[in-house]
Design a binder for this molecule. Sequence first.
Ligand SMILES: C[S@@+](CC[C@H](N)C(=O)[O-])C[C@H]1O[C@@H](n2cnc3c(N)ncnc32)[C@H](O)[C@@H]1O
Length: 515
Amino acid sequence: MAGYDDRDNSPPRRGKDQEASSSAASSSKPRPRQTDDNENDELPQPFDAKKLAPAKKRVRSPSPNGDAPPRQKRPGRRSRITDASREQARRAAEERERATEQEAPAVDPRRNVINDVVRAHYNAVPERGRDWRKTDSRIKGLRSFNNWVKSCIIQKFSPDEDHTPGALERSTHSNKKLLVLDIGCGKGGDLGKWQQAPQQVELYVGLDPADVSIDQARERYRSMASRGGHGGRGGRGGYGRRPPPRLFDARFHTKDCFGEPIDDIDIVREVGFTKGVIAEHRGFDVVSMMFCMHYAFESKEKACQMLQNVAGALRKGGRFIGCIPSSDVIGSNVEKFNKELQAKLEKKAKAKAEAAEGAAAAAAAENPNKTGSDTAKPEQEDGEVEEEGEIEGEETAQWGNDIYRVRFPGKTPEDGIFRPPYGWKYNFFLHEAVEEVPEYVVPWEAFRALAENYNLELQYHKSFRDVWETEKDDRELGPLSERMGVRERHGGALLVSPEEMEAASFYVAFCFYRV
Ligand SMILES: C[S@@+](CC[C@H](N)C(=O)[O-])C[C@H]1O[C@@H](n2cnc3c(N)ncnc32)[C@H](O)[C@@H]1O
């Protein structure tokens, strides 16, 4: 997918307290700081798990007689869920979790081999630099658009539910800053976005099985640190509204997060990882999976392992954000294709039957003494393969345009509903970015139901096109779209071509809460 790799992706910050000093640091590597917290020091601070406060007791929703503390604010749909139903959902989730623990398929170690094709592909994608991406790329509009959507999700859902813009950064308690786990972080294209998150980040952990990408991510982080903590255009004055806050500590590890548990990584354990048991525990505030979760739907084992990793790493109240291809879009294209194929087959069968009838009639007229069965077979043309439906049988669902293409190698469900929900492989091609990489359909409803088993409750689910429609005029995200090259200045024309928008519409963004 395009655009996951851009570094010029820094959104605006919402809290004015984030206006830290912008003087550049001279070191090329993040240096541990000796002094205590100093908000003007931009050098990354090494994360110290010992400074984490013990997990807070879960805040209960107010009881009808009003003696409980006020409910914490939470944006969007969730805020409309009644307290009683939330409590009921929580208990049901506990039950399900216990059941899932017993039912979860054991992960076969032989399957714990990362899909080599995927890793090799991502390792081989060249790092072409920001200038190329912003000027020469044929899909620069799409890259900008995808980066803007990712920024929107980070801006909307990364802050704690009780975060007040400005308040936390004034605090000197490091545990008030975000701990972020970026699964499938690739080349670190989202580092700049995280630096501009409304609630400051303390620690960013990036995991990806592609070792070359991890090296590039590490390098990107180092160069941000050497520029005094500036990522993306913020460091060059491009976005330039305000200097970004001090750079967070970051760690990078090569890891297959769908085939293996991630709790053997020291920093993940230090932050806090729980294996399914419902207990107050420390953990990450946000787990992000941008354009990568679909690789987990190769099998149920991988999907469960992926969710176990996400739920295990998140603290209660933590957010799981990301984007994946839309199974609605895939399903309706598949259904359309199958309908058309069926119609074509029927037409061809009819034509064949008519030809056979005509041939039989002609033969009977020529040789009135021969029986019907002797005459019914039509003459086979040179080179024609006679097998019924073979030519059409090779046709499999595919669609796209000049910049992207989806192609299923095998048969697809006639009604576009993918059952069972795992292993529906297709090849995805995106101009300049992805060359026929195998991906897997993530049937949305099955995924949502499975996520519930891991205490992940859906908060937000929107197609990229709808994200645009709902956020383009937002006070912060609208102007951000202009700075990121999605739209011309002052609410001007969209800089994303219809073809690019069609490719972008292949995706949905989501957010779950760990309950
Ligand atoms: C399209 S790239 C997205 C990179 C990054 N999230 C972004 O938005 O810029 C997909 C990433 O998923 C990663 N990936 C594939 N399989 C994975 C797995 N089993 N565990 C973790 N990451 C995986 C790939 O290596 C690749 O870096």
